[in-house]
Ligand binder design. Sequence first.
Ligand SMILES: [Zn+2]
Length: 465
Amino acid sequence: MTAPSLCLIVADGLRPDSLDAAIAAGAVPALARLRAEGGAHTITTCFPSVTGLAYAPFLMGKHPAQVGLPGLRWIDRTRQRVPIPAHARSYVGFGIKGIDADLDPAVPTLFELAQPGMSAMSMITRGLPHAQKIARGVWWGARGIRTHYFGTLDDWLQVDRDVADIVARRVRAERPRFTLAALMGIDKASHARGHASAEAAHALEIVDRLVERLRREAHDDGVPLRLWVVSDHGHSPVDQHDELADVVRALGAKVIAHPWVIGARGDVGVMVGGNAMAQLYLDPANPQALGWAALESRWGALANALLARTSIDLIVLPLDRTSCLVRAHDRGEAIVRAEGDADTWRVSYEHRSGDPLGIPAGRYTRDDAWDAACDGPYPDALVQLAHLVASPRIGDIIVSAAPGWDLRARYEPVEHVSTHGALARSHMRVPLLLDRPPLAQLRRTTDIMDMACAALGVNMHRSGS
Ligand SMILES: [Zn+2]
């Protein structure tokens, strides 16, 4: 019998309620069929809730910060990993080429574990030969840049149609063991026209047609194909843009911020990514991150000024690699703290002057922490923050934007009417459609890696390690 193969389709930026509405309207029959067979599950993505980073849970089973990706943009204090420009990494544009090398080499990707593999439009591709990366060559790069800066929304939808067609043809011809195919149209349409726009609905129909074709052709060819559909982040309307780099400049700091980082020197690196999330690197020339207790006397006024802004919902201040303060302007301060090793790991949440995350104080296992927050305003906040602050690459002040706001006003070719990146409920919850009911409750996008390994019969840890 032929070995099972798996297609993971990423409907980039799709929210669970939008999927439900499209199924109820009869607009996506192939997705409706999947839901009938395996269920529609609402799980949580990672924080920052942004494309690229948010594929690390699917492909590596880890929070992106655990495998070396602290943000869409970040500053390398060690100056070892990112030499130029200004030791500031951005995975937008040409910086995307650095993403695979930034990953922890000890954590395997699904592309390495289940070969041969194939990807389309994935930023993480480690383990794939070049020929197996659909839409990543020079021609596609030029098309992407042209479409990004000068294209219409229909140009983006045409990219999706073309990618879907290539994916379907190559999956049928080559039958890779694992395929990750991302279609970006829902996200692009949401940013430009709104998540509830006709264009976003049309982009979801392209996903539906790809699912229908892949399953039909596998059936016709008599090959066992597992197929799941997931999203990597949500979306919420935005009508106000606070250019955070300018805000920090106006407070008297010399700022390093994209896109003008070449030769830049400054005392604060403002790294916005996913646009509703940002990290501030204080004194980025210092190779050591100091922790908030040592930074507060010099930078406390900056943190207070940020927290007082209408555009900012939460700030997170790492104390060390296991704990952080969380502050909200009108809901006080709390501490999130992780302890224990892989088997005994717990995360605790202690209210200090308040409860900024709307989660009962307590000491939680990973599963209990998810369950305690799943109906609240910040789903999975405790585990997400614990994983984020554990990374030596993160900033010293982490910012999550308030509803209706993002943190980048300039340098986007199309003004965004919808945004993501924040720790907010509308950004963190994503749908997952399976072709069979799951064996256990699903909570996070990291669970997909476990399920994929089981479906493909591979060991999550490289054999021999
Ligand atoms: Zn986006």
